[in-house]
Design a protein around this ligand. Structure first.
Ligand code: ZN
Length: 389
């Protein structure tokens, strides 16, 4: 069994090489990079193990690829899912090289070490411990593009509507504790348009700042209504939230403000969808400004991701609970999980590393935990892809 993993470099070296291969994704074009080299590195490791690897360009996103590595035929397999990209970094705040993979006190430091390149190496190592030619059900490793900047890669998989498998383990950093719930999120710009005029006669125009005040009041009422109809889901911040994060409007004290923009971040509970919440939010603002002469426009800043909630099937959840000794919990960050659910899969989020160190300078992962993750994932592969029991 163990001997077959000889085809792969040691886990630590694989994590280091993945970290050393930049794959920043960002909505800011100057920071955005392709993820092709990370996908090719993975393909070079996975093909010799017996995986059929396909690298797929994400339509409309030049330089971005999804990797789908498959061993075995059919739609009833286990998918080990991760994203191949990282967030941007601020080199000046790092005390070590973000691409260096330096190891100190048992932790490997680097951009994406926890979130979530180590899981991709873990998945490969777990796969290397089983005989892929003799699986009863398929094993897939999926590496997506652009999770950090809009989830374009996973959205393309949903659009393809390919039956990838029956279950997906999304290896985001949860300290190896299984998670079956998270909030949904979307971000929206609200633009209120009035009419400019001389500040000495406020009635000569239509002040967009006044219009935005009415819109904000409507937003607070809308949120209060949503909070009232939502149940208890065990989140640290229990209700839905709406954060007015940025506001811009006007230019001069002596001019009537013509246009005012508000950027909001909204977090949703299971049972809500980004689509219905958006529609209700738009309606609330439009109703508040109806008949006032203001025009209102909405610009999606982040299309969003639905909340993750447990589905009817719990086999993977139970197996992860058994293997980790922890009940499934909730997290404060969003994942690609709901998109995999749209493909008909049972989804559990569970992987090595802590989200607290992600998206920060000196991100790191504990190598012993990554090694424990290999054992855990191998057990799941045996359980869900092994010989019929
Ligand atoms: Zn992540």
């Amino acid at each position: 069994m163990g001997g077959m993993s000889a085809a792969l470099p040691p886990l630590e070296e694989m994590i280091r090489r993945l970290v050393a291969t930049p794959s920043v994704s960002s909505l800011q074009a100057s920071l955005d990079q392709g993820n092709g080299p990370v996908c090719e590195l993975l393909a070079d490791w996975l093909e010799p193990l017996g995986f059929q690897v396909s690298l797929r360009e994400v339509p409309g996103m030049p330089g971005k690829k999804n990797l789908v590595a498959r061993a075995g035929e059919g739609a009833d397999g286990l998918v080990l899912a991760g994203h191949t990209d990282t967030v941007p970094y601020d080199a000046d705040s790092w005390r070590c090289d973000p691409f260096g993979g330096e190891v100190r006190d048992g932790r490997l430091y680097g951009l994406g070490s926890a979130d979530m390149k180590s899981f991709l190496a873990v998945a490969a190592h777990a796969a290397a411990r089983v005989d892929l030619a003799r699986l009863a059900r398929p094993l897939l490793i999926v590496g997506t593009a652009d999770e950090e900047s809009g989830m374009g890669g996973a959205r393309a998989l949903v659009k393809d509507a390919e039956s990838l498998g029956a279950r997906a383990l999304v290896g985001e950093p949860t300290g190896l504790q299984p998670v079956d719930r998270h909030k949904g999120i979307f971000m929206e710009r609200i633009r209120v348009l009035g009419r400019s005029g001389h500040g000495s006669d406020p009635a000569a125009g239509l002040n967009a700042i006044d219009g935005m005040m009415a819109a904000l009041e409507a937003l607070h009422a809308f949120l209060a209504g949503l909070a009232e109809e939502s149940g208890e889901h065990g989140f640290p911040v229990p209700g839905p939230t709406l954060n007015p994060g940025a506001i811009r409007g006007g230019d001069n004290p002596n001019r009537i403000c013509e246009s005012c923009e508000l950027d909001i971040d909204m977090r949703l509970l299971p049972g809500m969808t980004t689509r219905s919440a958006r529609e209700k939010l738009h309606a609330a603002v439009r109703d508040a400004l109806r008949g006032s002469g203001f025009r209102v426009e909405f610009v999606p800043l982040f299309e969003g991701v639905n909340p993750l909630a447990p589905g009817a099937r719990r086999e993977l959840a139970e197996a992860c609970e058994h293997a980790s000794g922890h009940r499934c919990g909730a997290v404060n960050f969003a994942t690609e999980g709901p998109l995999y659910q749209q493909l008909g899969m049972e989804v559990v989020v569970c992987g090595p590393g802590e989200i607290a160190v992600a998206h920060q300078p000196d991100e790191s992962v504990e190598l012993a935990e990554a090694a424990r993750a290999v054992d855990m994932v191998e057990g799941l592969v045996q359980r869900f892809c092994g010989k019929a029991r």
